[in-house]
Design a protein around this ligand. Structure first.
Ligand code: ATP
Ligand code: MG
Length: 435
């Protein structure tokens, strides 16, 4: 009978062990920075009631119109959705648990999101976002701080230069005036609109500006600009944001065509873009969403946030060649003959007490075959717990690799160490090597 082959779901990737160090580096580096700005982690379920997103993201968006994994729970008929983004879910949780009662919140999250898109480089059906939300604060100082924080994250990650684009979506009445002007403009050019644009003409004309259709770029470039419809307050908001971002020495451009794919934004919108990833060059998007908390049933409270695409950030780090190397194993314990296995297991425990990362050879085997496994493990040292050595209360230690830069390696020659002293000796040798 032919063996059945199993494959993962299209557009959903496995993160393999050889990539784990890089993923952990990115999350840890970003979170270290976030914590320096007072952000705390929040985790929400991967499933939410569909309404959280239809209401929170907006009905007339790419996400809700065609990208959501929604289904009916066959057990009880509930309408559920695999989260396509996390802002709505975080706000749902904040409202549900009254986290804004008498205070504000700085929150970060990291995890998988799901969108039914056409898979391609940098665009997947399961992808990961690391994001943050600052809730209960009006800005624009908070918006500016968020942008400064992101610049610090890019620097810490070593992603090279990324371009900051900002824009404002103004306030609701300004957007409405702009929207009327947009509709009039696009009505005058109806023949040039594609199917998506026609569909959005009266529902969400602002989103036509976000089109990826190259044949519509010229039309869209000449469309009425929201910037020309801004009132005093919105203008002041943007000016102050620009002032603060400039004062921090961060370069940016104002892109009047920048709108977010999500409906709930107002005032600040921004994107960080690289030219090193082809068409999927936006590594991070964010902005202000003052109406959202109330839209999702809470007492009105302003908010601003961002989400970065982990896959894109990681690919960018690879692209600029800044991948940090990290070994997974310090010591491989080889044991041979008699009851050396028990002693090897206990020796490994004693080393782990000292924070050493140890693999004990599983099962048995010749010393030669164990040595091959030790080499392949990437460990720095092999510890030989053989019957002869142990009979004399000793083990021997041997370095498995040399430094490229010619520094001396402890235990370069196989060296005998008293069994009781071995854990300390190995830990000390590792410490000098890592120094
Ligand atoms: P795009 O215009 O590329 O579709 P978006 O506006 O839908 O992006 P957001 O919803 O703002 O993106 O998500 C924030 C970030 O998450 C993006 O800037 C990107 O880095 C990442 N991202 C979004 N969708 C995907 C995806 N399908 N696969 C991988 N990363 C993604
Ligand atoms: Mg999208």
């Amino acid at each position: 009978m032919a063996k059945e082959k199993f494959t993962g779901v299209k557009g959903m990737n496995d993160m393999l062990p050889q990539d784990a160090a890089l993923w952990q580096f990115v999350q840890k580096t970003a979170v270290d920075v976030l914590e320096r700005y007072g952000y705390q982690e929040i985790r929400t379920p991967i499933l939410e009631n569909t309404r959280v997103f239809t209401r929170g993201v907006g009905e007339v968006t790419d996400i809700v119109e065609k990208e959501m994994y929604s289904f009916v729970d066959s057990m009880n008929g509930d309408q559920l959705t695999l989260r396509p983004e996390c802002t709505s879910a975080v706000v749902r949780a904040v409202n549900e648990h009254n986290l804004l009662y008498g205070t504000n919140q700085r929150l970060w999250y990291c995890g998988p999101m799901f969108r039914h898109e056409r898979p391609q480089r940098g665009r997947y059906r399961q992808f990961h976002q690391l994001g943050a939300e600052a809730l209960g604060m009006e800005g624009p100082d908070v918006d500016a701080e968020m942008i400064v924080m992101l610049a610090r994250i890019w620097k810490a990650l070593g992603v090279g230069p990324v371009k900051l684009e900002m824009n404002t979506l103004g306030a609701l009445d300004e957007r409405q005036a702009h929207r009327d002007a947009l509709i009039r403009y696009f009505e005058d050019h109806k023949a040039e609109l594609d199917e998506d644009a026609l569909r959005r003409l009266y529902t969400n004309p602002l989103r036509i500006l976000d089109t990826k259709n190259p044949e519509m770029q010229e039309l869209v470039n000449a469309a009425p600009r929201l910037l020309d419809f801004l009132g005093e307050k919105s203008r002041g908001f943007l000016n102050r944001l620009e002032e603060l971002v400039s004062a921090a020495g961060i370069e940016y451009t104002i892109n009047p065509r920048l709108v977010r794919g999500l409906d709930y934004y107002n005032h600040t919108v921004f994107e960080w873009i690289t030219d090193k990833l082809g068409a999927q060059g936006t590594i991070c998007g964010g902005g202000r969403y003052d109406p959202l908390v109330e839209m999702l049933g809470g007492r009105p409270a302003p908010g601003v946030g961002f989400a970065m695409g982990m896959e894109r950030v990681i690919e960018l780090i690879r692209e600029v060649g800044n991948v940090p190397v990290k070994t997974q194993t310090d010591v491989y314990v080889i044991h041979h003959g008699g009851d050396t296995q028990t002693k090897a297991l206990l020796l490994a425990e004693a080393m782990r007490d000292l924070n050493v990362r140890v693999i004990v050879h599983p099962g048995s085997g010749s010393i030669k075959s164990q040595m091959k496994k030790a080499d392949a493990s990437g460990a720095d040292f092999a510890v030989f717990a053989t019957e002869d050595e142990l009979a004399e209360g000793a083990v021997s230690v041997k370095a498995l690799r040399a430094y490229d830069d010619g520094r001396t390696v402890p235990f370069a020659e196989q060296t005998r160490v008293a069994l009781a002293d071995a854990p300390k000796a190995v830990a000390a040798a590792l410490a000098t090597m890592r120094a």
